[in-house]
Design a protein around this ligand. Structure first.
Ligand SMILES: [Mn+2]
Length: 289
């Protein structure tokens, strides 16, 4: 039985609501029950919590640094990992850690599944919510306030980043991504998500020895994943996501998976919680339910 190193981040500092997130803890309790009953992959949990004192930015900086230390170690040691974030701003820590772990001449590719572009800066964001900014930070930004939250000095190359499922964005984000030539697969243009994801992953694997997958749960159709902070209609069907992940999960380049933006207060009949479990079991085990 596989053991998956799992990092839970109990923070919603980058989101629009309360600063604490119980998303990872809820999942941990729920999954633990299943894992003892059935032959599922075992998750070995590590938790990080925001520090109590300081400004929101200083807490986030500290948190992302901690996250990056875990993923840096796992990536360097070739240990597959799973990160369960509260909100998507933690992606700065998750993937900065992997970038920092790479030997020179090794390239990192990132597949970002999201309804949003997350490419704002403090200069452009109408809400100032930092969960809408991690892509700008990962690319390297001239916004000093945002750069300060990013725990590393290595950035993702524009040609190694692909955003998929996009259907809600502001003009400034689009401009930032377009100027850098980043590939964007809009939700409207996806006919067969399995084929789209497989082809994106195969293309990336020609350029990058290490690949990461970051899932914002608002990528999925909100009727099927209602427990997210910022739902957007007309998402990809949950089963399509599962089928697609099955196709790529055994690619040797994939270093880790991040699942973000589970907002339990918004969930209905545990749909989103159950979907997260399905994603994890699909991704890390051939005997998925
Ligand atoms: Mn996001």
């Amino acid at each position: 039985m596989a053991i998956i190193q799992t990092l839970g981040v109990a923070s919603n500092l980058g989101g629009p609501f309360n600063q604490y997130s119980n998303a990872a803890e809820l999942l941990r309790e729920n999954i633990h029950y299943y894992a003892t009953e059935l032959d599922y992959p075992q998750l070995q949990w590590h938790m990080v919590y925001p520090k109590r004192d300081g400004t929101k930015n200083s807490k986030l900086r500290h948190l992302n640094k901690k996250i990056s230390q875990y993923t840096r170690y796992w990536s360097k040691s070739n240990i597959p990992f799973l990160v369960i974030d509260g909100d998507h701003s933690c992606a700065m820590g998750t993937w900065a850690g992997v970038l920092q772990s790479l030997k020179p001449q090794r390239h990192f590719g990132l597949i970002w599944l999201d309804a949003h572009m997350d490419a704002h800066t403090f200069f452009t964001s109408p809400t100032q919510n930092i969960h809408g900014m991690p892509i700008a930070a990962l690319l390297g930004t001239t916004d000093k306030q945002l750069a300060h939250l990013y725990p590393g000095n290595k950035f993702i190359k524009p040609e190694n980043l692909v955003l998929m499922g996009i259907r809600s964005f502001e003009a400034q984000e689009y401009k930032l991504l377009k100027t850098r030539g980043i590939e964007i697969v809009f939700s409207d243009n996806i006919r067969d998500f399995s084929q789209s994801l497989l082809s994106v992953a195969q293309q990336l694997s020609l350029k990058a020895e290490v690949i990461g997958i970051s899932i914002d749960l608002d990528f999925v159709e909100p009727l099927e994943a209602p427990g997210v902070a910022t739902p957007v209609a007309h998402g990809i069907k949950a089963q399509e996501l599962i089928n697609a992940l099955k196709l790529i999960s055994h690619m040797p380049q994939i270093a880790g998976l991040e699942i973000s933006e589970f907002y339990p207060q918004g969930d209905k009949k545990n749909k989103t919680l159950e979907l997260m479990k399905k994603i994890i079991f699909t991704f890390y085990d051939r005997k998925s339910p």
